[in-house]
Design a protein around this ligand. Structure first.
Ligand code: VG1
Ligand code: CO
Length: 544
């Protein structure tokens, strides 16, 4: 086995987005493309020689091939040990857990999350640092800079490692340990939640649940935890075998893409509780019988009830939410007398707050919820958190949420996505808005008076780093907001995201359809940004 030094030329498009580098599979399959990016990571991580690296992915097409390449590059770059999930499988939260537990220098997670997979689908690479969280912008910028000048990479000339058999082999001077994908993660979950109580709840009463893994990475984790450890009936987990193309679907847990689950939960004789997760297992959707829980509300409900759960019995240090997430968690934080932080979109911005002990729970409107137990959002964790709360309260999902609204008021919320829009048109829309911002304050638009209008800029309270241009927000005097952002995870054209929020204190008005409750703001957003005209789209592609 010899180390080969391969000459290469830079690709100029390897800038990581909201969550790692995402491209279509054929882009990653170009000669040297993956290798260049991986070498740029190794070149940017100081002192990786002799250290432990965690490696795994969501099982999508190209996962196994990429893992073989990365193992040989890790060996050629002098890593001491690589922990790789069996079959190349590691969910994003499990990878975060394993990095922390085994004191790895970091991890490489192969996933394009909720984007479709397969030979014509998407692939992605994320680098997580030693705290288990997504590399901060300083590091992703360094990787990008390196990728623009790279002229060689190192790879070991060796045969492939058997990824399916648990055990240790060596590649050059590097130990490669194929580990069970689930064990460490399941143990962490058991340390946080009352498994005995959840088990009784799932097996001794009339409560029925359904978990849809959407043929993505959560399947093995959910089956091990719900059906084996907690004794829920076989079949509780549906679509539980990870497939390279996710069965042709979008592994995106929302009302549009988790169709099978929605049919069950909104059909006759529906179960009491339904949940779904995304491609890499970090997102969650929570449903009750005929009832959808908005992710922002989910974070607020978990925060308000956290002390019912063993791992959070001592209360929360603080809450953090991404800027476009609704302000429902802020109301809980105010009542608890703790801080609520507002960060840019993307989990990497929560890392410092969690490391510094400033926040305990974090969440995003995009079906992401998590805590200081790892440094990623965590789909199954959220499901278990909900089940633990329901088991203690012995109430339905709908009752818990409605009681929450009665106490705190309801933040009507919705996100409208315009996917695959022409990038120039999307940029024009954002630029037009930006140029109007300074004149908006104090104006009355459609009956709403503008309290502030800006392009969100965030100063990290721990290290002082500044991230600007993180989304255009127009806030009104009654607390309503409209927010505009362009997605940083897509691979084709641009995706415009419009976020809408309105607060309603009166419980008599809590039963409206959010699209109706937000109708004025939806129309106003179109007038201000000329969405239909500039995108050429009569309506959003996806509404959540
Ligand atoms: C989207 C979501 C964001 C999330 C990101 C990664 O980003 O809006 O909240 O953190 O996906 O999630 P964007 O830039 O497309 O809006 V995942 O589960 O795709 O890693
Ligand atoms: Co994801």
């Amino acid at each position: 086995m010899t180390v080969q030094t391969v000459r290469t030329q830079p690709f100029l498009d390897q800038k990581p987005g909201t969550s790692g580098l995402r491209k279509q599979v054929p882009t990653f399959q170009q000669p040297h493309y993956l290798e260049n990016f991986i070498q740029s990571i190794f070149d940017s991580v100081e002192g990786c020689q002799g250290q432990t690296l965690v490696l795994g992915g969501d099982g999508r097409y190209y996962n196994r091939a990429a893992i073989q390449i990365i193992l040989k590059m890790a060996a050629a770059n002098g890593l001491g040990r690589v922990l790789v999930g069996q079959g190349g499988i590691l969910s994003t939260p499990a990878a975060s857990c394993i990095i922390r537990k085994h004191q790895a220098i970091g991890g490489i997670i192969l996933s394009a999350s909720h984007n479709p997979g397969g030979p014509d689908g998407d692939f992605g690479v994320k680098y997580n640092t030693g705290n288990g969280g997504p590399a901060p912008e300083k590091m992703t910028n360094a990787i990008f800079e390196r990728s623009k000048v790279i002229d060689q990479y190192k790879i070991l000339d060796a045969s492939d490692v058997n990824l399916d058999r648990i055990g240790t082999t060596t590649l050059g001077g590097t130990r490669v340990e194929v580990i069970d994908s689930v064990t460490d993660y399941a143990a962490l979950m058991e340390s946080l939640f009352d498994f005995d109580q959840i088990q009784q709840f799932l097996t001794r009463g009339k409560f029925r649940m359904c978990m849809d893994a959407l043929h993505a990475v959560t399947g093995p984790y959910a089956t091990a935890i719900f059906e084996r450890r907690l004794n829920a009936p076989a079949g509780t987990v549906q679509n539980g075998v990870p497939l390279e193309d996710f069965g042709g679907g979008h592994p995106d847990p929302n009302l549009v893409y988790a169709k099978d689950l929605v049919k069950v939960m909104f059909g006759d004789n529906a179960p009491d509780f339904g949940a779904a997760s995304d491609g890499d297992g970090d997102r969650n959707m929570i449903l009750g019988r005929n009832f959808f829980v908005t992710p922002s509300d989910s974070l607020a409900v978990l925060a308000a009830n956290a002390t019912l759960v063993p791992g959070y019995r001592n209360g929360l240090a603080g809450i953090a939410r991404s800027m476009p997430t609704s302000q429902a968690p802020d109301r809980v934080a105010a009542k608890l007398g703790i801080d609520c932080y507002e960060t840019p979109t993307g989990w990497k911005f929560f890392g410092n707050l969690l490391d510094a002990g400033k926040a305990t729970l974090c969440g995003e409107e995009s079906f992401g919820t998590g805590s200081n137990h790892v440094r990623e959002k965590d789909g199954l964790w959220a499901v278990l958190f909900w089940l633990n709360i329901l088991a203690v309260k012995q109430q339905s999902v709908e009752d818990v949420v409605k009681a929450h609204w009665a106490t705190y008021g309801r933040n009507y919320y919705s996100r409208h996505d315009y996917e695959g829009v022409d990038a120039d048109r999307a940029n024009t829309l954002m630029e037009n808005l930006r140029s109007r911002l300074s004149g908006l304050q104090g104006q009355t638009l459609g009956g709403y008076t503008v309290a502030y209008a800006d392009d969100f800029s965030y100063t990290d309270p721990v290290d002082g780093s500044i991230s600007s241009k993180q989304g255009i927000r127009i806030g009104f005097e009654d607390g309503s907001r409209i927010v505009f952002r362009l997605s940083g995870t897509g691979t084709q054209g641009a995706t415009l995201r419009l976020y809408l929020e309105r607060y309603e204190a009166n419980p008599a008005n809590h039963d409206q359809d959010p699209q109706v409750a937000l109708a004025d703001l939806i129309q106003l957003a179109d007038e201000v940004a000329q969405i239909r005209e500039l995108t050429g789209r009569p309506a959003p592609t996806v509404i959540t």
